[in-house]
Design a protein around this ligand. Structure first.
Ligand SMILES: CC(C)(COP(=O)(O)OP(=O)(O)OC[C@H]1O[C@@H](n2cnc3c(N)ncnc32)[C@H](O)[C@@H]1OP(=O)(O)O)[C@@H](O)C(=O)NCCC(=O)NCCS
Length: 168
């Protein structure tokens, strides 16, 4: 990660004023993230600018599963024939408007892939719920592939994500 940023789990941070340009994602961080975290439905990771201590981005990570039949046929080849494939789900991901287009969205994606790969549980892929078509294109830019059953849900096998990280 670039030097002046750090990633922290959401705690008693002040979240007022975070604006990524999407009201639902702003609202989630301010009003719902804490509760989801308390109930162990998601962990919210904050990207913090170290010199100002401002939150400049966040994402949420949860464990989950996806049906093997929802993966593209080429991806199903060689996988164990269990009905559910273990994944880590990025439910939400956002960068503050003032900090967009500086590579920080990619930094958060890589952070999520690294955490998922370091998990002590089996995790085949990172899966994302894209909020709109622009978000779909952002994830495709980062080599995520759409699910057969829902073009707003995309996945990237951890092994492929780690290769991308070592190349970059
Ligand atoms: C989508 C979002 C997270 C991207 O963050 P960002 O920090 O601006 O993106 P980055 O600067 O890391 O972009 C990394 C790369 O993706 C590309 N990219 C970014 N947004 C893109 C888009 N909509 N379509 C295609 N490529 C895109 C960039 O060109 C860049 O390419 P490069 O590495 O070749 O230079 C950010 O715009 C955002 O928070 N938007 C509002 C909320 C949202 O849509 N969240 C998405 C998921 S729920």
């Amino acid at each position: 990660m670039t030097a002046p940023y750090r990633v922290e789990i959401l705690g008693k941070h002040s979240r007022d004023g975070f604006d990524c340009g999407n009201e639902a994602l702003n609202e989630y961080l301010c009003r719902r993230a804490n509760q989801d975290q308390r109930k162990r439905f998601a962990v919210c990771y904050l990207l913090i600018e170290a010199t100002t201590d401002q939150i400049v981005g966040y994402y949420t990570l949860s464990s989950g599963g996806v049906s093997l039949a929802d993966l593209p046929p080429q991806r199903q080849k060689g996988l164990p024939r269990y009905p559910s494939v273990p994944i880590a789900r990025i439910g939400r991901l956002a960068i503050a408007k003032s900090e967009q287009e500086r590579g920080l969205g990619g930094v958060l994606l890589f952070d999520a892939i690294k955490r998922a790969s370091a998990s002590s549980m089996g995790v085949y892929a990172v899966l994302v719920d894209a909020i709109d078509e622009q978000a779909v294109r952002f994830y495709q830019h980062h080599s995520f592939e759409v699910l057969e059953s829902n073009p707003r849900i995309l996945f990237l096998p951890i092994a492929d994500g780690l290769k991308r990280i070592t190349k970059s």
